[in-house]
Design a protein around this ligand. Structure first.
Ligand code: KIV
Length: 269
């Protein structure tokens, strides 16, 4: 069984075949996601909230990310299914300069990541270029960027007015030109999600970015119905209908591939 690579995801985009990504933080759940046919696993710094119990992602360290990335990579290597692409988050404060990003990205790649994710716009172009020139695939992250949510007025939909939407479109183009290989686009109106996905040649992975992005990502604890409290609009509980973890991952992957998810009630219009 062949592993999912960046080339596979590019081919999916070229063929307009939607694909799924879920977060995972340990070997067991990563293996279940792989066996369920999920194309990519994100070792997200959301682990600060869903695993460590913090109020934000700010507490997550590079050591935490390396540890969880290694757990996920081992789970995927031994799961007996085609390996999903592993993307690992560079945590807050670990990529303020290209050199720092390079050192820290190398740590996550050594732990088993296939790409690293960084949150931010134009200011990251030099860093993305630096990584790309050194063979480290970068996944950009625009829209609602949880590491800097306080600067954005909290966990809110981004890009609602024309100036903000243009900034996101421009940043996306700049980061692709700098060498970004993937883009996560979080919490934006459907039309903006569609415009960004149509204007880039790299795969755009949406979370609350409407049905027209090339892929969809959800935080594992949200889609398994484990996260307590009020849920974001884009969250769908797959555990309720599937009744088992691997079946829930499979239902999510299939609903993304067939365009059933996200439905209008999961979108920001
Ligand atoms: O850390 C994370 O889980 C993420 C997703 C919300 C995309 O960045």
């Amino acid at each position: 069984m062949s592993a999912i690579t960046l080339a596979t995801l590019n081919k999916f985009k070229a063929e307009r075949k939607r694909f799924s990504m879920v977060t995972a933080y340990d070997a067991s759940f990563a293996g279940a996601a792989a066996r369920a046919g999920v194309a990519s696993v994100l070792v997200g710094d959301s682990l600060g909230m869903v695993v460590q119990g913090g109020a934000s992602t700010a507490s997550v360290t590079l050591e935490d990310m390396a540890y969880h990335t290694a757990c996920v990579a081992r789970g995927i290597a031994s799961c007996g299914a085609a390996a999903p692409l592993i993307v690992a988050d560079l945590p807050l404060g670990t990529y303020y300069t290209p050199q720092e990003a390079g050192q820290n990205a190398a740590r996550l790649m050594r732990a088993g990541a296939n790409a690293v994710k960084l949150e931010g716009g134009a200011w990251l172009a030099d860093t993305v270029r630096f990584l790309s020139e050194r063979g480290v695939p970068a996944c950009a992250h625009l829209g609602l960027t949880p590491q800097t949510a306080d600067m954005l007025g909290g966990y809110k939909v981004q890009g609602r007015d024309e100036a903000a939407a243009r900034r996101i479109r421009d940043d996306a183009a700049l980061l692709e030109a700098a060498g970004a290989r993937l883009l996560v686009l979080e919490c934006v109106p459907d039309a903006l999600g569609a415009a960004v996905a149509a204007s880039l040649s790299i795969p755009v992975i949406g979370i609350g970015a409407g049905p027209a992005t090339d892929a969809q990502v959800l935080v594992m604890h949200d889609m398994l119905g484990v996260s307590p409290g009020r849920k974001a609009r884009f969250v769908k509980d797959y555990m309720a209908q599937a009744g088992g973890i691997e079946a829930a991952f499979r239902a999510f992957a299939e609903e993304v591939e067939t365009g059933v998810y996200p439905a209008p009630e999961h979108c920001y219009g």
